[in-house]
Design a protein around this ligand. Structure first.
Ligand code: PLP
Length: 291
């Protein structure tokens, strides 16, 4: 495997960074997860826009233009001869000293691009649906670390994931500080009630997921009414269907929350329709590259 590290493609075993990198010391950096399907990079513009917005928000000056980034991403995928890929772009503050002061990093950003294969969950879950559980760790406060920033500081989500795993679940449902549903540990969440779609609004400590936005577009196309609306756990329990969305996870049906069956306990009709349409979209749209 070839990894892009600060402008060069190097072997995986040589893709090493400094122990003084503030991305390592403090989680001081930003990232994106992007997918390519059949030599088409899905929603690349949206991912790059969000990456630059995350960097801007933490006052990290991006070393390249978006066009240069696009080229670097394509170069990395091609070097690994991948028709389908999961691409991770990571920009950290770079090497500094042991202090927190970001000025010590002097703009030595570390830029890494990894193109690989990923399957987040077993295939079976996509067919039969997933059981999730509400976890004690609350999603980061807007006024602390805004969940809109896709930052390397991911401990909030890691703690939630540990809690889900400790209770024998694959995913954990995270609430905000008021007890409303925010999102799962790395995926957005939807419910279907009486044929209409609901997902928590961005202001509820929910990352504005690109897959989430894609699902909202699909709903419009399929004439399924969709709402961004606050949701409590109760509304979750009494919904007819539910599913998770994320670039790595794609769309995963949810069939049980906190031991409560959702609908008839099987992936729902609306969910399946949306999943089908999503896979159709990913096959036809994106930034093309040739191997
Ligand atoms: C990346 C991410 C998502 C999913 O967003 P996509 O743009 O669909 O990949 C959801 N929640 C969190 C916390 C994330 O980091």
């Amino acid at each position: 495997m070839k990894v892009y590290l600060n402008g060069k493609l190097v072997d995986k075993k040589d893709a090493k960074i400094s122990v003084f990198d503030h991305g390592y010391l403090y989680g001081d950096g930003v990232f994106e997860g992007i997918r390519a399907y059949n030599q088409l990079i899905f929603k690349l513009k949206e991912h790059l826009d969000r990456l630059y917005e995350s960097a801007h928000s933490i006052m990290l000056q991006f070393p390249f233009t978006k066009k240069q980034m696009e080229k670097a991403i394509i170069k990395t995928i091609k070097a690994n001869k991948l028709k389908d890929a999961y691409i991770r772009v990571i920009l950290s503050r770079g090497e500094g000293d042991l202090g927190l002061d970001p000025r010590k990093c002097k703009g030595n950003h570390t830029l890494v691009i990894i193109a690989d294969k990923i399957s987040l969950f077993p295939n079976k879950l996509y067919k039969e649906g997933m059981e999730i559980i509400t976890v004690p760790t609350v999603r980061n406060l807007l006024e602390a670390v805004n969940p809109q920033i896709k930052s390397l500081n991911y401990l909030n989500n890691v703690l939630a994931k540990i809690e889900a795993i400790n209770s024998g679940h694959q995913e954990g449902l995270m609430l905000d500080h008021l007890g409303y549903v925010a999102e799962c540990t790395g995926e957005n969440i939807f419910v279907v009630k009486k044929g209409e779609l609901y997902t928590p609004p961005q202001c509820m400590g929910t990352l504005r997921g690109i897959t989430r936005d894609t699902v909202l577009d699909i709903a419009k196309k399929l004439k399924i009414p969709a709402h961004e609306h606050v949701l409590s756990r109760h509304e979750f329990y009494i919904s007819d269907e539910s599913f998770l969305t994320g670039t790595a996870a794609e769309i995963v049906p949810v069939v049980k929350v906190d031991g409560r069956k959702i609908g008839n306990g099987k992936p729902g009709k609306v969910t399946e329709k949306i999943m089908k349409e999503f896979h159709k979209l990913t096959k036809k749209n994106g930034v093309k590259y040739t191997l």
